[in-house]
Design a protein. Structure first.
Length: 139
């Protein structure tokens, strides 16, 4: 990676896990990482329970919309993370690909989305620490 790293979170509908991950990484990175999310079959809107769970952390997803996954988005990313949803991405040399096996928040209430959100937050913080270490050359 040279310059600011770019991370792409991918989930089929881009309405839950990938949106939470993108919002959390953007929040914690505070501009140090370019963050995007997308899905192969984007939903019409963000899952309402996901919006509510993120609002509890002060993160507003009300203006976010699910986005279509493109080859260009994958090609531009340094790290591509699928969310355990079976979505397939084009593979390009030199990219880091991860699959985070996470429960799907679809059809769940906010009380069941919170643990998913918290697990995503834990993983996002670990990823950010790794990206920061790689940027500075420290283990």
């Amino acid at each position: 990676m040279t310059g600011k790293p770019e991370v792409l979170f991918v989930c089929v509908h881009n309405a839950g896990r990938s949106q939470m991950a993108a919002a959390l990484l953007a929040h914690h990175a505070d501009g140090a990482v370019d963050v995007r999310s997308a899905g192969s079959v984007p939903a019409d809107s963000i899952n309402p329970a996901v919006r509510e769970a993120m609002a509890e952390l002060g993160l507003d997803l009300s203006r976010e919309v699910p986005k279509k996954l493109t080859t260009d988005a994958v090609e531009a990313a340094d790290v591509v993370i699928t969310m355990g949803c079976g979505d397939a991405c084009p593979v390009f040399p030199g990219k880091r690909y991860l699959d985070w096996q996470l429960e799907d928040p679809a059809g769940k209430g906010v009380e069941d989305v919170r643990p998913i959100r918290d697990e995503i937050d834990r993983r996002v913080r670990e990823l950010l620490a790794e990206l920061s270490a790689a940027e500075t050359g420290r283990p």
